[in-house]
Design a protein around this ligand. Structure first.
Ligand code: DC
Length: 234
């Protein structure tokens, strides 16, 4: 009997470890992993590079018409890199300047329609793990498995700080805390698809879980929902 492939939607606030879980899960299942936040980050990069006025509706539409986003698998990192108009922009999209503006850009209706339409297309063949803020609520409301991740605020701050510090030792804990609090606020109070837990999503608080423990728990949830699951050992 052939395997029954499913869609796995992972949502939650910034720095809850969504991408770590999503990437490991996809590798174990042989699924495609899509980091939807990378799409909003790449759009923000384009807007900043081209000085697009975030309040100018037609400038936004014109800019979006010039944006082509694609994901290409990177053997080294074992995850897909995002390409903005044929350029691999992974090295730029996690910079603080992008993190400071991305929630504002992601709250723009035209930006969301553009990104969500592409995300829905990516899920047509199933066998996908996508993480973000509205994946279980808007992008894939029928996903077979929806997870809403949380972690204690200080745990999140320290995780993000360590990540940022590795590439930019000028980063301060205060700066990271402020950015996370601001993004939580914007992401959960915006008009368009605000971040909230879908009614049928399972809550996963990973403050006190190791990566291995969390993966084990979620693989059990997958086995409950997809038949003939083959767990790969990369
Ligand atoms: O996951 P991340 O921190 O890279 O996401 C960057 C921003 O993009 C985040 O502040 C909110 C936004 N985002 C969104 O609005 N919807 C998604 N599906 C993914 C991210």
């Amino acid at each position: 009997m052939s395997a029954h492939k499913i869609i796995i939607a992972i949502d939650g606030f910034s720095s809850c470890g969504k991408s770590t879980l999503a990437k490991e899960l996809a590798a174990k299942l042989g699924y495609n992993y899509i980091d939807s936040g990378a799409m909003y980050r790449a759009i923000t990069l384009y807007f900043l590079r081209n000085q697009v006025d975030f309040n100018d509706h037609s400038a936004i539409l014109n800019a979006i018409a010039c944006i082509n986003l694609s994901f290409i698998f990177n053997e080294q990192t074992q995850k897909s890199d995002i390409y903005l108009n044929e350029e691999d922009v992974e090295p730029y999209i996690r910079d603080m300047i992008i993190s400071e503006q991305v929630s504002t850009v992601a709250a723009i209706r035209e930006v969301r329609s553009f990104a969500v339409a592409q995300q829905k297309r990516m899920g047509r063949k199933k066998a996908i793990v996508m993480d973000g803020r509205d994946i279980g609520t808007t992008v894939f409301p029928d996903a077979e498995l929806k997870i809403f991740m949380t972690a204690d605020p200080e745990v999140r701050v320290m995780r993000r700080f360590k990540e940022m510090y590795a590439t930019n030792p000028q980063t301060t804990i205060e700066e990271v805390r402020h950015n996370l609090e601001l993004r939580d606020y914007i992401d959960s109070t915006r008009e368009e698809s605000p971040l909230h837990q879908a009614d049928d999503a399972i809550l996963l608080n990973n403050s006190n879980l190791t990566k291995e423990e969390q993966l084990e728990i979620v693989l059990e949830w997958v086995k409950d929902r997809a038949t003939n699951v083959t767990i790969l050992n990369p």
